[in-house]
Ligand binder design. Structure first.
Ligand code: PHE
Length: 359
């Protein structure tokens, strides 16, 4: 009997010591202490012993069981510890390694220029706002002082969707100006935001594509006036084109949602294949702007006698073409790899006003 116990004990202890991982350990446990394990069976066999032997045997069985259970707990803790250590080694990442020298892929000029614009306006204290591409008539037109029969609607060549909302079809936003409305409805003045995003019009030629990009700007407080508008945009083009002197002109214009309204042109030269900014005698329109119309303020529940400010809407693709000398807007959306390798930007050169916008 003693010899048998001893063999069993040594067998199980050897099994525990030899278990290479938690799974193997559990197998040893089940084989010894499980319902049908060797130790359990031994305890069961106690019942067959004569009563005078049973007591003594019972004590040594229990002692064995306790000893093995303790040994199991100790071994389990050991294995758990080494499992964690092994994972730490296997999953080790050296965060001090330099990034890959030649990152794959390129950043599209539209993404690059959007980041540049955001960086510049962020420095001037503007936050970035967003709105949906699918808009309703009220946000895209009505609230911007463009009622149903307004001739300005024709300028927009709207893509209408089949889905209706309040009896009017939903549409793809024709400009980022509805984000002005959404921003003013969602918060309390003062406001100082830009809203970059996709816009859509039924239009396609060298300088127009059915989907294009705009960035909206909106400043509303108590005192902002047209001088601030001009100063802000002149500062912007200087920073954006990374030149001290960029010729600009403001031409009087008309938008239903601003009064007075203007368009801003930048001086450029068009040579055969290229567009050069800041020289030459041509002008290229890059944005529309003006003082936010009192009716727009009323539409969002702001008192025009208390609040005022300016707004602008700029074509991101346009300024990207100008800055990087890209002659045909349509090539932006052709997904030609040779084009993106030529005009694209390295993913790790994130534009900032302190490190440089484009390098
Ligand atoms: N939404 C106008 C457009 O798309 C641009 C604009 C925005 C003009 C804000 C004035 C103020 O042409």
């Amino acid at each position: 009997m003693e010899a048998e116990l001893q063999r069993l004990r040594e067998g199980v202890l050897a099994g525990l010591a030899g278990a290479a991982d938690l799974r193997a350990l559990d197998e040893v446990r089940v084989a010894a202490l499980g319902k049908k394990g060797s130790v359990t069976e031994l305890v069961k066999s106690l019942g067959a012993l004569p009563p005078e032997q049973r007591r003594e045997a019972g004590q040594s069985f229990n002692a064995l069981k306790r000893e093995l259970e303790e040994a199991l707990t100790v071994r389990k803790a050991e294995l758990e510890k080494s499992a964690v250590a092994a994972r730490l080694v296997a999953e080790r990442i050296d965060v001090t390694l330099p990034p890959r020298e030649r990152p794959e892929g390129r950043i599209h000029p539209v993404s690059q220029v959007t980041d540049e614009i955001v960086a510049i306006f962020a420095d001037m204290g503007f936050a970035v706002a967003e709105g949906p591409d699918i808009e309703d008539d009220w946000h895209n037109f009505e609230a911007l002082n463009i009622p149903p029969e307004h001739p300005a609607r024709q300028m927009h060549d709207t893509f209408y969707l089949e889905a209706l909302q309040d009896g009017a079809p939903l549409l793809l936003r024709t400009h980022t100006s509805p984000v002005q409305i959404r921003t003013m409805l969602a918060g309390k003045p003062p406001f100082r935001i830009i809203a970059p995003g996709r816009t859509y019009r039924r239009d396609s030629d060298m300088t127009h594509t059915p989907m294009f990009h705009q960035v909206e700007g909106l400043v509303i407080d108590r005192e902002t006036h047209m001088g601030h508008l001009k100063g802000c945009l002149i500062d912007f083009v200087g920073a954006f084109f990374e030149r001290d002197q960029v010729p600009v002109r403001f031409r009087p214009s008309y938008f239903p949602f601003t009064e007075p309204s203007a368009e801003m042109d930048v001086g450029c030269r068009r040579s055969r294949d290229e567009l050069l900014i800041g020289e030459g005698s041509d002008w290229l329109e890059i944005l529309g702007c003006g003082m936010v119309h009192p009716r727009v303020l009323q539409a969002v529940g702001l008192d025009p006698d208390e609040w005022q400010g300016f707004a602008f809407g700029m074509g991101i693709d346009r300024v990207a073409m100008l800055k990087y000398g890209i002659p045909d807007l349509r090539t932006f959306f052709e997904s030609d790899l040779r084009w993106i390798r030529h005009y694209g930007f390295l993913p790790l050169d994130v534009p900032s006003t302190y490190a440089g916008l484009s390098r």
